[in-house]
Design a protein around this ligand. Structure first.
Ligand SMILES: *Cc1c(COP(=O)(O)O)cnc(C)c1O
Length: 365
């Protein structure tokens, strides 16, 4: 927390406005729109809720196919299933580790030839770095398949100067406790289409029809963000650029101190954008470094330092094994060799030194 949050939360208490609607919710939405450059936004209880509403607004129904990045967190995919849809996984390219436009084209060609175009594509911006959106947007237009962006990890990043999450039809963000800014839990749905966001707000508040009594002609959800948490979000937004700077400094420190070691490399930054370096992700080539990703992870764990393997690809998940995948080797390779290092913005220099020292002692012996 930055200190700003407490003032906004205090205001919510002072005005006794403890509800899932209120002035801080409206202000948070407006301020968020300014930061990312979107026309409209709905503050919601989580990024997952935002993606679920995006699927509903996109009209995903039982049996509909939705293309989605293979290398991601399961929350990118679950909302497809909530709507009865079928995910089709697309592997990564190596410049940004995000969805590969060439494989996307293969998938769209194949689906078009079969007369069964997917209803949407969910493009994930992994670990704070934008996907190759120029190529992806061109394919989206060519085939008429709309883009929903999962920018849960990428707030504060840019793609040719614009915010990932604002380049498709709708975009979602997360303010979960582990993200670059947090409200403890929360999310945002953005779009330049006002009707979509109006409808999202309605669905998120139990889908009440405009009537003095309670009347419903749609299934609703309880997905709105509370006025208190929106206050936290407003405070956090003010320090977003500081947080990005700190995370980028963490990355540079790791890279400068470990990048020259045999078999050690770091997540690249693609030429089309600037990553927020939400997490610093290292690659370990066991033939060159003499130890594999898991050995390093366990050695860190022994010292009470938490690190994590890269997301396990969706096509390898037991729950998703039955679905179609285009490619798969790149994400498998990244999973086998990738380790997410401690990356929080409150890490001290001595924390970072300790981690680097430990990794050096493993790789160099
Ligand atoms: C965190 C995350 C989500 C889900 O956001 P929540 O706010 O935790 O529901 C979705 N997609 C990705 C890629 C994420 O990292």
């Amino acid at each position: 927390m930055s200190g700003w949050e407490q003032q906004f939360v205090q205001d919510a208490f002072d005005t006794n406005w403890i509800a899932p609607l209120g002035p801080h919710v409206n202000a948070f939405e407006e301020e968020f729109c300014e930061v990312v450059g979107s026309a409209h936004a709905a503050a919601l209880s989580s990024g997952t809720a935002a993606l679920h509403l995006a699927m509903i607004l996109q009209g995903i129904e039982p049996g509909d196919e939705v293309l989605v990045s293979d290398l991601t967190f399961s929350a990118s995919v679950n909302p497809i299933i909530y709507c009865g849809g079928k995910p089709v996984f697309i592997d990564s390219e190596t410049a940004s580790w995000n969805l590969d436009p060439n494989l996307l084209e293969d998938a769209l060609k194949k689906k078009a030839a079969a007369g069964n175009l997917p209803k949407a594509m969910i493009i994930v911006h992994l670990y704070g770095q934008a996907a190759d959106m120029e190529a992806i947007c061109a394919l989206s237009e060519q085939y008429g398949v709309p883009i929903i962006e999962d920018a849960a990890e990428a707030l504060g990043a840019t793609h040719h100067g614009r915010a990932p999450g604002t380049l498709g039809r709708m975009g979602i963000y997360s303010f979960n406790g582990n993200k670059i800014i947090t409200t403890s839990g929360g999310g945002m749905l953005v779009s330049d289409d006002k009707a979509l966001i109006d409808q999202a707000r309605k669905l998120a508040t139990q889908a009440r029809d405009p009537a003095p009594h309670y009347q419903h002609s749609q299934i609703g959800y309880n997905y709105r963000l509370s006025n208190i948490l929106a206050g936290v979000g407003r405070g956090q937004l003010r320090v977003l650029s500081d947080r990005v700077q700190t995370r980028r400094q963490n990355f540079d420190f790791y890279c400068n101190n470990l990048g020259h070691l045999p078999g050690i490399s770091f997540m690249p930054e693609a030429p089309w954008g600037r990553s927020n370096r939400w997490l610093t992700v290292m690659q370990v080539n066991p033939e060159l470094s003499g130890s594999d990703r898991e050995q390093i992870r366990l050695a860190l764990e022994e010292e009470n330092i938490e690190s994590r393997p890269v997301w396990k690809p969706m096509h390898l998940q037991p729950i998703y094994a039955q679905y179609e995948v285009f490619g798969g080797h790149v994400s498998e390779h990244l999973f086998e060799r990738g380790l997410c290092l401690p990356s929080g913005s409150s890490l001290t220099k001595s924390d970072l030194n300790r981690i680097v020292y430990l990794i050096r002692s493993i790789v160099c012996t």
